[in-house]
Ligand binder design. Sequence first.
Ligand SMILES: C[S@@+](CC[C@H](N)C(=O)[O-])C[C@H]1O[C@@H](n2cnc3c(N)ncnc32)[C@H](O)[C@@H]1O
Length: 252
Amino acid sequence: MTTRTTTDWRSWQESWDRQQEWYMPDREERFRVMLDMVEACVGTAPRVLDLACGTGSITDRLLTRFPRATSVGVDLDPALLAIARGTFEGDERVSFVTADLKDPDWTRALPHDSYDAVLTATALHWLHAEPLAALYGQLAPLVRDGGVFMNADHMIDESTPRINAAERALRHARMERARGGGAVDWADWWALAAADPVLAGPTARRFEIYGEHADGVTPSVGWHVSALFGAGFGEARAVWRSPSDALVLALR
Ligand SMILES: C[S@@+](CC[C@H](N)C(=O)[O-])C[C@H]1O[C@@H](n2cnc3c(N)ncnc32)[C@H](O)[C@@H]1O
């Protein structure tokens, strides 16, 4: 007799969300503004590329709000992609691609060559400035004329070190209090994944790929805007921001 292991993908999604919200209590707010700007710029039935999709959090919010949307998720992490694929299995609006955004040919793995919106969150700070600018150069031709690219991420204004330090101290004190109340951080979450019979294999592979976390940069909104103009976008600016993070929108 074979025993079949069933995985509760929704509960993995929820635990991923709680872990990410420990770092960013306003995570849903940035997704909401992102989707407002999708609706404003390209309507309610967009073809979306969910860039560095992780478990597919953006795709999840997109389809809940716009049932006529479609989404392609791209990522390199086998464990997060396993959760994404498990969650959306059988949903013909969604597909996933495994690719390394640092690979010069990664766009060849995509099923379409044009998207209404390319959306990404809390991911591109895993890249250094040069590969990030190169990635922006690859993204511009993927966005149709009048389409949008949006990036929500940590974007630090290095010209205000004392303001940054004060804000960081308050944020970290709140995080520590939440830890005391049982919040799960990045390392704890990956330990839970490694202990799961279905996710243990892909989790071991993701640690071979990335180690704990890849290195990268968190440049200012101004840096992103100028890199996006340089990549060929026609307009670019922040459409939402917090003291440490921002959502930058670029229009083709
Ligand atoms: C913190 S997670 C965010 C995932 C998702 N966007 C979210 O908001 O929940 C960062 C993601 O970026 C992906 N990523 C980082 N570097 C990458 C690369 N070079 N190629 C593909 N994906 C990458 C990681 O695998 C991970 O899924």
